[in-house]
Design a protein. Structure first.
Length: 99
């Protein structure tokens, strides 16, 4: 038998089937992730061109951003934007603007 995993808890997702729900990591909706990331950046007040440049940079193979994680990464980089606390997105946008 397999050893129990300590600290693991069953999923309490509220699905009516009674089983645990699995999160899909297919990478099949990457284009949507890029579009959502670009829209999020634009909603922060950056131009379409700057937002597209940031998305291109973070989507590149050397960026270290896993497929399908672009929107989450951009949101983390935005920090607490609603109170003016940036975590790197503003600097990256300025860098893209200068290029």
């Amino acid at each position: 038998p397999r050893a129990p995993v300590f600290g693991a808890t069953p999923c309490r997702c509220g699905n009516s089937g009674g089983g645990s729900r699995r999160r899909e990591f297919s990478g099949g909706h990457v284009g949507g992730d890029q579009e959502e990331a670009q829209a999020f950046i634009e909603e922060r007040g950056y131009s379409r061109e700057i937002a597209a440049g940031v998305v291109d940079l973070l989507s590149g193979p050397g960026s270290g951003v896993p497929r399908g994680s672009l929107l989450d990464t951009v949101k983390r980089m935005a920090g607490r934007w609603e109170v003016g606390l940036d975590a790197g997105l503003e600097t990256l946008c300025k860098s893209v603007e200068q290029d």
